[in-house]
Design a protein. Structure first.
Length: 277
């Protein structure tokens, strides 16, 4: 009898230990599951934050993106300039709505602390942009301004034309895009655009307008020192005819950011911008 009682007691204790082990194992599984769910939740929140940071940006700076988010707007007919924001440097009036004089090309010389950069602006192809640029140059708007952005990875440009050197400055007016039809968009088929952003190559030596979206051109422009894949959203309006070696040297000096997108380490200041015909 005693032996049987003892066996029952041992069996009861074994059952209790087994139940305790099962309960502990179940608790550990719940703990791991909750930890995984918490991790996934944190990742989801982080993903949302990243998406917001990428898609909303900050401020009203004129930026370059490598993928198109919509169909760009082309200018047509007479030039139109509309007031927008506060000018970063005093500008008197607005450019003439008649556009530039009837000549195909206009030469502009940018004298910088690094040397001379000569531009040929194509008035026949981008009359309103050329008109605005020469208007601002005549008012010495670009004089004494720094080129605030250099990109050395993915796209290869030096961006200038903002007196505030912040990327947010402008002349207090804006105007429509033009000459976008000159860009080779044959690769931007609906089939390809469904899987990847539409991009075209802006060739080395191109002068184009930076913007904050369709129809928001102001004073900021960029100089392409190496073929760059970009969305076909930026008005090409000129060609660099002298000074590419200067840009190559600045690019070799690198950008202030480790991402290859920031202020140039070799500062570039436009001393004067003069229209020479």
């Amino acid at each position: 009898m005693a032996s049987t009682k003892r066996e029952r007691e041992l069996a009861r204790l074994r059952a209790q230990r087994q139940a305790a082990r099962r309960a502990a194992a179940a608790a550990e599984r719940r703990k791991r599951r909750n930890a995984i769910l918490a991790g996934l939740s944190a990742l989801a929140v982080a993903a949302v934050i990243v998406v917001i940071a990428i898609t909303t940006g900050g401020g009203k700076d004129d930026t370059l993106t490598t993928g198109a988010s919509g169909t760009p707007t082309s200018a047509s007919g007479a030039c139109s300039y509309s007031a927008s924001g506060t000018a970063s440097k005093q500008v008197t009036g607005l450019p003439s709505t008649d556009g530039p004089a009837k000549k195909a090309d206009t030469k502009v010389v940018l004298t910088t602390n690094r040397g001379e950069i000569d531009l040929t602006l194509h008035g026949a192809k981008a009359p309103c942009t050329t008109n605005s640029f020469t208007f601002l140059a005549a008012q010495k708007y670009f004089d004494g301004t720094s080129c605030h952005r250099l990109t050395t990875a993915g796209i290869y440009v030096l961006q200038c034309g903002d007196p505030s050197a912040t990327g947010s400055g402008g002349p207090g007016y804006q105007f429509a895009d033009e000459n976008l039809s000159a860009l080779n968009t044959s690769t931007c088929t609906p089939e390809k655009s469904a899987t990847a952003p539409c991009q075209v190559v802006y060739p080395r030596g191109t002068v184009a307008m930076a913007n904050a979206g369709p129809g928001t051109n102001g004073s900021q422009f960029f100089l392409v020192y190496k073929d760059s894949p970009l969305a076909p959203n930026y008005t090409p309006f000129g060609t660099i005819t002298k000074g590419l070696d200067l840009l190559d040297a600045v690019a070799k000096g690198g950008a202030s950011s480790t991402t290859g997108d920031g202020k140039p380490k070799l500062a570039v200041t436009i001393t004067t911008a003069k229209v020479q015909g």
